[in-house]
Design a protein around this ligand. Structure first.
Ligand code: HBI
Length: 95
């Protein structure tokens, strides 16, 4: 069973993941990205897909032309876990 973040760990996300926000109404973090065009956006999505496979942790995401929105939460934990933090950090490195 994967442990959910503690309240203290969740509060620390503001500093740990400054590019991400806590979702409203659910225990998840979100970040939106804007690229030059669809090709750039899809290239980013391809790289994130490979990261997700490497992490065995997958985003909830949407793409509209040059924009990509990503939400991370851990279904197995019923909310945010360390796995979401690790994947968010990895995504930030390629964004
Ligand atoms: N991705 N976001 C997310 N949440 C999960 O619980 C999850 C996942 N990817 C894979 C997965 N669970 C399971 O296949 C592994 O935990 C075994």
């Amino acid at each position: 069973m994967i442990a959910k973040l503690t309240e203290a760990e969740r509060a620390a996300l503001v500093d740990l993941l400054p590019n991400w926000i806590l979702a409203k109404g659910r225990d998840a973090i979100e970040r939106s990205f804007k690229f030059r065009d669809f090709s750039e956006a899809f290239g980013f999505m391809t790289r994130v897909a490979l990261l997700a496979e490497k992490h065995d942790h997958h985003p909830e995401w949407s793409n509209v032309w040059n924009r990509v929105s990503i939400a991370l939460t851990t279904h197995d934990a019923g909310g945010l876990s360390e796995r979401d933090i690790k994947l968010a950090e990895a995504i930030d490195l390629i964004a």
